[in-house]
Design a protein around this ligand. Structure first.
Ligand code: PMP
Length: 399
């Protein structure tokens, strides 16, 4: 598998590169890299309004990518797939286009202690604009949501529940079915931040019955700067537009503009055409392997690495739910995460250290940050063995 990823064949600091920073962004298979190359060598044109060969070719590939993405997510129609820059933009889009229209003073938005900053700050900004209030589901000591408190937080004031499906910092897989069912029972809409779910779990937005779902291509073997916002048709249709400009309009006069239908309503300006086409190639890569096989491989690595890491003195794991994805967040007594990260890098191993864009979660855990190793399809048990040796060496040097 590793040979499918050209970037992984390089040496870092004279050592074989071991890339365990996949929850931040994962590497791209050759098929995706070639697609990007092919696009700019053979296809590049603006889309939707050209009569010429390249304009038609680019438009067809772009819209075929939308169809593919809709199938990947199990969406009812491809017009419910809105291309955005990534999960962050999707959340901001909904905060403005849905939030400003449907959420008002004293209404409530529920998030959780597990959220990434991108699923906190846009809602805080919305609360500042509207006078709405943010409510937060706490976690228990193994990093799972407290569903009893969630049930208590829900009321007829709740207009939106926005939760990550899988936590980037701890790896916890949330019980989103329960979250969605309970939210709908009080008439609230649900936004699922799928940034860490799309790479590892089979997603079917219709079965989940979520109102919104977002993910970023770069965490699913695709390029950066492109992602998806799925929304239910009636909800998307009822929303305000987000960005104004070309493509999102039907007619424009100086007196009044009418807006385009879905999905163009939310795709103002020239989009990341190459990114969309290359993202679909990445989703094909995932489908060819089978997401269940990817998940199984990562779970095997998770179990294998966790067991070996337990033998290291002073090891503490953060997030130990049985239901978690291939993320290991940890600290070793007396060692600063950054120092450990730098020493591992010297041995060619890339992990992430810090707060993982989850400062409120770190505050709750009363730590500044953690070290985080996260796995993808190209990682191996041999790499875990090298990682464990490197950890032991680092501990000897730093303690
Ligand atoms: N939510 C979660 C759970 C994430 O892990 C991330 C990325 N670390 C984001 C949102 C934001 O994604 P992006 O930076 O691609 O917009």
């Amino acid at each position: 598998m590793k040979q499918n990823f050209p970037i992984l064949s390089q040496k870092v600091n004279g050592k074989e590169l071991i890339y365990f920073d996949n929850a931040a962004t994962c590497q791209k298979p050759i098929s995706v890299v070639q697609k990007i190359d092919e696009y700019y060598q053979e296809t590049n044109s603006n889309i939707h309004r050209g009569a010429h060969f390249l304009a038609n070719k680019a438009t067809e590939e772009y819209e075929a990518a939308r169809e593919y993405t809709a199938k990947f997510l199990g969406a009812e129609k491809s017009s419910l797939i809105n291309f955005v820059r990534g999960t962050t933009e999707a959340i901001n889009l909904v905060a403005y286009a849905f939030g400003d229209k449907f959420i008002g003073k004293d209404d409530e938005i529920i998030i959780s202690e597990l959220e990434h900053h991108s699923n906190i700050v846009p809602w805080q900004m919305l609360c500042e604009r509207t006078g709405a209030k943010l409510r937060v589901i706490p976690i228990n000591d193994i990093g799972e949501l407290n569903y009893e408190v969630y049930a208590e937080l829900l009321s007829e004031k709740t207009k939106l529940v926005s939760i990550n499906y899988v936590s980037n910092a701890l790896g916890t897989i949330n019980d989103v079915e329960t979250i969605i069912e309970k939210a709908h029972a009080v008439g609230a809409k649900v936004f699922l931040d799928g940034a860490q779910a799309a790479p590892h779990l089979k997603v079917n937005v219709q079965e989940l019955d979520c109102d919104f779902f977002a993910f970023s291509a770069h965490k699913v073997y695709g390029p950066t700067g492109i992602g998806v916002l799925y929304g239910k048709e009636d909800v998307l249709n009822a929303m305000n537009p987000f960005h104004g400009g070309g493509e999102m309009i039907e007619t424009v006069t100086f007196e009044k503009t009418t807006y385009n239908k879905l999905p163009y309503k939310f795709e103002a300006g020239t989009p990341n055409i190459c990114g969309v086409i290359a993202m679909a190639e990445a989703l094909k890569f995932v489908d060819e392997i089978g997401i269940e096989n990817i998940a199984k491989h990562e779970n095997d690595l998770l179990e294998y690495a966790t067991e070996k890491m337990q033998t290291i003195e002073g090891m503490t794991f953060y997030g130990t739910s049985k239901n978690k994805s291939g993320v290991i967040s940890f600290l070793i007594d007396g060692i600063h995460p950054y120092d450990l990260g730098v020493l591992l890098d010297k041995q060619g191993i890339a992990i992430r250290t810090g707060h993982h864009c989850t400062q409120p979660l770190m505050n709750k855990l009363q730590i500044e940050g953690t070290c985080r190793a996260s796995f993808a399809i190209y990682n191996t048990k041999e790499e875990v063995d090298v990682f464990i040796k490197a950890l032991n060496r680092a501990v000897l040097m730093l303690k």
